[in-house]
Design a protein around this ligand. Structure first.
Ligand code: NAD
Length: 484
């Protein structure tokens, strides 16, 4: 396969929070990979900006360590890394004070794309936005990238949108949800909208149900106090799972352009039904011999915050009325696995008789690990002995289809950052989308808080509380296996 990397325009990318965990683990290693791939023009520059008192040289040493840690030795090159570090500078800055702003104003160049990555706590977004404008560092066409969480409810998301809108237009604001940057997620759109095969079947007449699972093996660990204020619903469902649901459920946009796509996603969120309490299962992992339980790590030993949630959601529109969407996410589960499964209905009439069993087509979109798309089809079991049926995968594994380079597909963050430089907002959330997602989420959280519902306990390494399996069994369905 020929690599088709198209260099972006020259840019100055300022990473506020450039010494933080996200910058070191994702943003800077991602930028290194784009550099190594030849996507950064000679005039591209990255400016780390954070509170720590560092020189550009000591910051470069920090970035060298971060890239070396994140990218295995065989995949990085010493000379390339040194050249990459040559693009990096640092400024000590205080988001809430005066330090560093004059220096930053002198560093950014005219006539190149200006982008500011807010990789800091959301409580600092307003301060950064204001100072960028006060010091005339923000240009008319500059872009800002904001990280999750975008609010903790509708009111705070509205406040945050209003704060940013005081200083930047919607076209300048890139709200990141890294799930949208995953290769398979974009492939999902290609599979749906570039083939005639699936779209005619993509509705309640042919789809029995959809399952979206994001399973993690990690616990909340040292982030327990922070996570306890959030929980799986706020941390994962309101953003990542909701975005995946939108891409599955949305109508074909008229064009693959930012507003056409986001308009269709917004319509899906607005068509989501409220979820009844009987269709919500929340859980907390218990301790085992070696690992602590959720309540040991949370802020309070009586915490009612969920580390697992499963929901049955309905979408009230012509396409989906009657087809449930099951969402499930949790920590300390059996395996790290994210998958969307579109489970089609049974064939209307079984001509092969009862002994052939029941078979269903399932389109499985794996987000991690082993990104790929598999369509389960039913065939005749080879050999003599009558008409026995067998389900086999029609595998669209990128590695097989595209060769070894497929395993080198850009990570979600690096793709999204390049989209920011290109000025393409398609894979970023618009303000009204985020607000609509919270407007659906808030009453669910308020409901279980008012009722005083306690999360059900589950074992570490399991698939979540038994109640989640029952949620499916009630309708004669079952969850897909959580496979690594
Ligand atoms: P972190 O605590 O590791 O880093 C915070 C950074 O902010 C540091 O560089 C620090 O110097 C800087 N900072 C703090 N106060 C400042 C001030 N007054 N002025 C200037 N700089 C200041 O945080 P993180 O984990 O890197 O997360 C950053 C953001 O990204 C947060 O909004 C977080 O929710 C989000 N996020 C992080 C991850 C992750 O994997 N770490 C994943 C998704 C989203």
């Amino acid at each position: 396969m020929v690599s088709r990397v198209i260099p972006v325009d020259p840019f100055d990318l300022v990473i506020f929070g450039g010494t933080g965990d996200l910058a070191q683990k994702k943003i800077l290693p991602g930028l290194y990979r784009r550099f190594a791939d030849g996507q950064m023009p000679a005039e591209a520059r990255i400016i780390g900006a954070a509170r720590s008192d560092l020189t550009s040289d000591s910051y470069r040493a920090m970035v060298r360590d971060a890239v070396s840690e994140a990218i295995p030795e065989g995949r990085r090159n010493g000379d390339t890394l040194t050249a990459f570090l040559g693009r990096i500078e640092y400024v000590t800055i205080d988001a809430t004070g005066t330090a560093g702003w004059t220096e930053l104003a002198a560093m950014v160049r005219p006539d190149v794309v200006r982008a500011f990555y807010f990789s800091v706590a959301p409580s600092l977004f307003g301060d950064l936005a204001k100072r960028l404008n006060d010091h005339r560092i923000a240009s008319r066409h500059c872009r800002i990238v904001v990280e999750k969480p975008f609010g903790r409810d509708l009111a705070s998301a509205r406040d945050l949108n209003a704060t940013l809108a005081r200083h930047f237009s919607e076209e300048q604001i890139y709200r990141i949800d890294h799930y949208l940057g995953k290769e398979t997620v974009q492939n999902l759109m290609a599979v749906r909208f570039a083939n005639v095969l699936f779209e005619p079947l993509w509705n309640a007449q042919y789809v029995d149900h959809v399952q979206i699972t994001v399973a993690e093996t990690v616990g909340v660990g040292g982030r327990g106090a922070y996570y306890d204020k959030s929980g799986a619903m706020r941390d994962m469902v309101q953003n990542h799972l909701m975005q995946l649901l939108c891409l599955i459920a949305m109508e074909p946009p008229s064009r693959f352009d930012p507003d056409a796509v986001r308009d269709e996603k917004l319509k899906v969120i607005r068509a989501l039904d409220p979820v009844e309490p009987k269709d919500i299962v929340r859980g907390q992992y218990l301790a085992n011999d070696t690992l602590s339980g959720y309540r040991d790590e949370a802020e309070s030993p009586d915490s009612r915050t969920e580390s697992f949630i499963a929901l049955k959601c309905g979408i009230s529109n012509w396409r989906w009325a009657g087809t449930p969407f099951y969402l499930r996410t949790g920590k300390r589960l059996k395996a790290r696995a994210s998958e969307i499964a579109v489970v089609f209905k049974d064939a209307p009439h079984a001509i092969f008789g009862q002994s052939a069993g029941t078979h269903r087509n399932i389109l499985s979109i794996r987000l991690q690990p082993n990104e790929g798309i598999t369509l389960g089809v039913t065939i005749k079991e080879p050999g003599p002995g009558g008409m026995r049926l067998l389900d086999v995968p029609l595998d669209m594994s990128f590695a097989d289809a595209l060769g070894p380079e497929a395993s080198e597909v850009p990570d979600a963050y690096e793709r999204l950052i390049m989209d920011v430089i290109r000025g393409n907002q398609t894979l970023f959330m618009r303000g009204d989308e985020v607000e609509a997602a919270w407007a659906w989420t808030d009453p669910l959280i308020e409901g279980w808080t008012e009722r005083g519902d306690a999360p059900a306990p589950y074992e570490i390494g399991s698939t979540g509380p038994e109640e989640a399996a029952i949620l499916m069994h009630r309708a004669g369905r079952k969850w897909r296996e959580i496979r690594p």
